[in-house]
Design a protein around this ligand. Structure first.
Ligand SMILES: [Zn+2]
Length: 454
């Protein structure tokens, strides 16, 4: 059996993505309408109606307190496993390494330099949630300070969280509320994500606080709408909600689902958003899933138990690797699905080989077409939703951060987890029994860093 220590020393550890900022600028300039550039991990630039929208900009991931010591942030040259404090109050792990240009300022941080260069190409920023691999406030602040026109939207209530926690980088472990100057804080806006089931979760919509969408004026006279949707996530940092986004112009509809499990709520969102009000289908579907490596549990559990635990967490509550298949089923295979986000614990889920290894091979003789197989899966998922309807209706929202709320929330999580797990497992077991034909895998794409998603 491999021990955890051996695994960490092995070849499986991914290095940070490499970024040549000038090349990235060139790629941004070459983006066509409706195309997306994956910068790294979950950091994307989407071009719509001549507008560049950055989603989840982060090139360093940070743990901001001693409590977060073991937060695993990929990929980080193995440093994430240690999560050691490198200097007072700062715990940073590189997701991107961008070498300084020949005439660059060697004293400028990696993050600030990349932010300063990219700022003029970013018209708006949308942040799905405040887990450290999804927002890098130094980067966001640098972009805001360099480009006073960039609009910035985070999850509800994020301004206060940032003001408090970002200050730790300056003050060590004593947060101060006044770290953020008013001119920066004033520009940090929020959207109020709409729930997948507004009747049941009416309290989650904050109806009087914020609209669920914003309209950006495009250069070509068009407008681009960005709608936020509520995504259940068991994130550890104080983020009120994880939000997904529907980005829509006259000619493109892009659905972005971040860090989501195979949960009934997500499937409802997919069903509701696969087609626009005007009947427009999705042109792009980007889903942020992460696989967990069993090796990360080695040394704590034996090998077999490690696989079981990995599946339990991944399918029931973390970012299910099977969600892209369900997304393909509800878009009838007509929309390319892209997986961004790296795997947890070093191996990247944005790796074709890892993805194929995760899905079992189709072994039956009937050799279904893409549409046939996806429609069988859709029938199974619809059946499961119906079969478990009563139990699903008792579920509490999972979008509340465990870290911020007390025991009662954790109690709710523990109560709901078996139902969520049973739901996910019914679908996953069907997939494992059937196997996944190559024609399905072909429409699921795992772009590398610095790759344009069309
Ligand atoms: Zn994430």
């Amino acid at each position: 059996m491999t021990t955890r220590g051996e695994f960490l020393k092995g070849e499986n550890i991914f290095l940070p993505d490499k970024l040549e900022v000038n090349k990235v600028v060139e790629q941004i300039n070459n983006l066509k309408d409706g195309e997306t550039l994956k910068i790294s991990h979950a950091f994307l630039i989407v071009r719509l109606g001549g507008i560049n929208i950055a989603v989840d900009p982060a090139i360093q991931a940070r743990s901001l307190s001693e409590k977060e010591e073991n937060k695993f942030i990929p990929p980080s040259h193995g440093e994430a496993s240690k999560s050691r404090k490198k200097q007072d109050g700062a715990y940073t792990y590189s997701m991107i390494e961008a070498p300084v240009e020949v005439n660059g300022n060697p004293n400028e941080t990696n993050t600030a330099r990349v932010g300063r260069i990219l700022a003029q190409y970013i018209d708006a920023i949308f942040i799905s949630h405040l887990d450290t691999d999804h927002y890098d406030f130094e980067l966001i602040r640098t972009i805001m300070e360099t480009n006073s026109n960039t609009k910035v939207y985070g999850p509800l209530g994020w301004q206060g969280v940032i003001a408090k926690y970002h200050s730790l980088e300056i003050t060590g472990d004593n947060p101060t509320d006044n770290y953020l100057p008013e001119y920066v804080r004033k520009r940090m806006k929020s959207l109020s994500a709409k729930s997948a089931d507004p009747n049941r979760d009416s309290g989650l919509n904050y109806p009087n606080l914020n609209p669920d969408r914003t309209i950006l004026n495009a250069q070509n006279g068009e407008s681009v709408s960005v709608k936020a949707i509520d995504i259940p996530h068991a994130g550890g940092l104080p983020a009120e909600f994880v939000q997904g986004f529907v980005l829509e112009s006259k000619t493109n509809r892009i659905l972005l689902i971040p860090d989501a499990a195979l949960s009934p709520e997500i499937i409802k969102h997919i069903k509701m958003n696969a087609q626009g009000a005007d009947g427009n289908k999705l042109t792009q579907f980007i889903v942020l899933t992460a696989t967990l490596n069993p090796e990360s549990f080695y040394g704590i559990l034996n090998e077999q138990q490690s696989y079981v635990l990995r599946d339990e967490i991944e399918e029931g509550i973390a970012h299910s690797a099977y969600l892209p298949l369900v997304a393909a089923a509800y878009t009838e295979g007509e929309t390319a699905i892209s997986i961004v986000h790296s795997g947890f614990y070093y191996r990247s889920s944005s790796e074709e080989s890892n993805l194929r290894g995760r899905y079992p091979e189709y072994k039956k003789a009937d050799n279904p077409t893409l549409k046939e197989w996806l429609s069988r899966l859709r029938v199974k998922v619809d059946e499961t939703l119906k079969e478990m309807e009563e139990q699903i209706n008792t579920l509490g929202p999972l979008s509340i951060s465990v870290g911020r709320h007390g025991r009662s929330e954790i109690g709710k999580l523990l109560r709901d987890f078996p139902i969520r797990r049973r739901f996910a497992r019914k679908i996953v077991e069907w997939i494992k029994k059937e196997g996944v034909p190559d024609c399905v895998l072909e429409i699921i794409h795992s772009p590398q860093a610095n790759e344009i998603i069309k």
